[in-house]
Structure formats: C-alpha cells, structure tokens
Design a protein around this ligand. Sequence first.
Ligand code: CU
Length: 68
Amino acid sequence: MEKLVFVVEGMMCNGCENRVQNALKTLEGVEEVVANHKTGTVTVTAKGEIDKNIIKEKLEDIGYEVKD
Ligand SMILES: [Cu+2]
C-alpha cells in the first residue's frame, strides 16, 4: 500500500471534495481518497504502486490544478 498526498488548487467546498473523491476512485488501483478543501490536499491510498501522473491528470481533467 502506498499513500500519496497532492496539493490541489481550486477546491472550494464539500461538493468539490466529493467530486474529487468520486473521480479518483474510478481509477484502477485506488483504494481510498480523502479530499480536504480547507487544507487543499488530496490523500490517495493505493493498493499497490500507482503512477502519480495518472492521478494528476485526472484532477486536471475535472478542473483542478495540482501543485508540485
Ligand atoms: Cu466546490
């Protein structure tokens, strides 16, 4: 299991958190997603190793900016 933390810009409310969580949960290998608009972070727990860029791309697809 691997835990990744992303700093994400653009999440303003609980609706954004749900949107992010639901979108990332559709990705292969993602076990759990916790988005927090107050801290601007998204924590992803993966079953095995996961490509960070796939998660980053998904976040950008749905309209959020990922900081490095
Ligand atoms: Cu929102």
